[in-house]
Ligand binder design. Structure first.
Ligand SMILES: [Zn+2]
Length: 344
């Protein structure tokens, strides 16, 4: 039985394009779709196609074979050269949407996004479309940060910073949510599974870093810790740090300690500093202080949100130091150093 004849792509890549010069023929098994495209547009976006179009035609015709049967197609008296590609129709369509100036929604399906990045990488288009490609990763990262990380990590030479941003965003998710994302991806895909394992190790390092930072009150100035200045001391239960006066924070109210314990608990599951700004963490300590009947605590508890924000900033700074230990982070570090130098 003969394979079905190629089908024409839908608008705008169908045969209605009078100005098109050649055909990209996608392949899903024996189903082929013909996309009518322009040399100029592909040359502008892909160095691969640019080189191909500027090469002189071969002096001898290619030997006959299954591929060469259909290397030309005539539509309404116009002859088109056919270039077979190994990608399927959906990937080819997304690829062309990135070459042509149409306003199209980004692919949100991870396998499609991965195929698209693979073809953009294959045709050497990652650098030219870097802003666009980074936006695609960031778009996916809003809903599925771990998946976005895993896909970007596969192209880490080009998408390192986007991978790192997605990994950081994943700290807002619980381990159970990360496991869910992992389960939704193909299990037989060892490359993606490897990337997920890398992310899980990163998250573990972040958890222990965030937890120990949020627990260390002496990294914080006593002006920031509510009720820790000697003039604010009262007869309410207080947490003693064992520090001598003048050398650090000696004591601070139990409701500050309660708040810090709450933070540690939240960071254990979701080690992102923003999680420490969640209003629910403040309800109990504020109730304790306000309901204590202590005039001083009622005043000093007003400083708790500012303390929480500063503690979150400390955690964010500490997390900057947690790395994957791979090349793109060295790039990021060099960039940060250069920026610091230029500010001086
Ligand atoms: Zn008090």
């Amino acid at each position: 039985m003969n394979p079905p004849p190629p089908r024409d792509a839908d608008f705008p890549f169908g045969a209605t394009h009078a100005s098109a010069e050649f055909i990209l023929r996608s392949s899903d098994g024996t189903n082929h779709v013909d996309f009518f495209v322009h040399k100029l547009i592909l040359s502008m976006t892909s160095p691969f196609y640019k080189t191909m179009f500027t090469l002189p035609p071969p002096s001898t015709p290619p030997p006959p074979g299954p591929q060469s049967v259909d290397i030309e197609r005539i539509v309404d008296g116009v002859q088109y050269v056919v270039l077979p590609v190994s990608e399927d129709a959906e990937t080819t369509l997304h690829f062309l949407h990135h070459c042509y100036p149409y306003n199209n929604p980004p692919p949100t399906d991870p396998p499609i996004l991965r195929k698209l990045l693979r073809v953009l990488h294959k045709f050497d288009m990652m650098d030219r479309l870097s802003h666009h490609v980074n936006t695609l990763i960031a778009f996916l990262a809003r809903e599925r940060p771990a998946t976005a990380f895993a896909i970007a990590h596969l192209f880490k030479e080009k998408l390192g910073p986007a991978a790192r941003d997605a990994a950081y965003l994943s700290l807002r998710r619980t381990s159970a949510q990360i496991t869910q994302e992992q389960a939704a991806l193909a299990h037989d895909d060892t490359e993606l599974q490897h990337a997920f394992n890398r992310l899980i190790r990163y998250r573990q390092s972040c958890t222990s870093c965030a937890r120990s930072t949020a627990d260390n009150v002496n990294r914080i100035s006593c002006y920031d810790v509510p009720g820790s200045m000697e003039k604010d001391w009262c007869s309410c239960p207080a947490y003693s740090t064992g520090y001598k006066p003048g050398r650090g924070i000696e004591r601070y109210p139990m409701w500050v300690r309660d708040f810090m314990e709450g933070c540690k608990e939240v960071l254990e599951e979701t080690p992102h500093p923003d999680m420490m700004l969640d209003a629910r963490l403040y309800i109990l300590p504020v109730k304790t202080a306000a309901g204590s009947g202590c005039a001083r605590c009622r005043v000093t508890v007003d400083g708790l949100p500012l303390f929480g924000a500063r503690l979150a900033k400390k955690v964010a700074l500490a997390l900057e130091g947690v790395t994957f230990g791979i090349a793109y982070e060295r790039m990021r570090y060099q960039l940060a150093c250069e920026m610091e130098l230029s500010e001086e």
